[in-house]
Design a binder for this molecule. Structure first.
Ligand code: NAG
Ligand code: NAG
Length: 145
């Protein structure tokens, strides 16, 4: 009697079993709200631009909340020159499915030729706050426009 034919099967079962444990742990560690909401960052040159853009984004329900952070110093290369400018940062809370529409809106209403609009998904957060974002910003496919 030999167990040799069983060995590969045993290894396969161990592998399947381990994969399941890893997958289960990954899901256990992920909030069920992960990725539904996003933060977008936009830099602007002046306070009036920041306030106008922030108000328009909220009014058009492209964002639930915009924080205006003053006092940035931005160093960057533009047309072969190193520039240093004072800017403000908009920290925008919205739905992930709204980021494309938000980006389009910012590009159409921004004074720069190449404006910064970058976004990151929110991994987790206080449930009430995240749900509030969802109540203010309607899902993109439920908008009537
Ligand atoms: C999930 O969290 C547990 C306990 O905090 C940790 O031991 C485990 O490595 C995590 N799993 C993954 C896949 O991140
Ligand atoms: C997500 O955040 C909430 C609120 O802070 C917390 O109770 C929960 O444990 C978090 N879930 C994960 C998977 O990190």
């Amino acid at each position: 009697m030999s167990f040799i034919p069983c060995k590969p099967i045993f290894r396969l079962l161990t592998f399947v079993c381990l994969s399941k444990v890893v997958t289960a742990n990954t899901y256990k560690n992920m909030s069920n709200l992960a990725g539904i909401y996003s933060v977008a960052y936009v830099t602007v040159p002046a306070e009036d631009v920041a306030k106008n853009l922030a108000r328009s984004l909220v009014k058009n329900k492209l964002a639930a909340c915009v924080n205006i952070i003053p006092g940035l110093t931005s160093v960057y290369e533009w047309q072969n020159e190193i520039n240093e400018d004072n800017e403000l940062l908009l920290m925008i809370k919205t739905r992930t499915d709204t980021v494309a529409a938000l980006t389009k809106f910012v590009m159409e209403n921004h004074p720069y030729k190449v404006c910064e609009v970058i976004s990151v998904p929110i991994q987790n957060g206080s449930e009430k706050y995240l749900q509030w974002i969802g109540e203010i910003v309607p899902p993109i496919d439920e908008r009537q426009e």
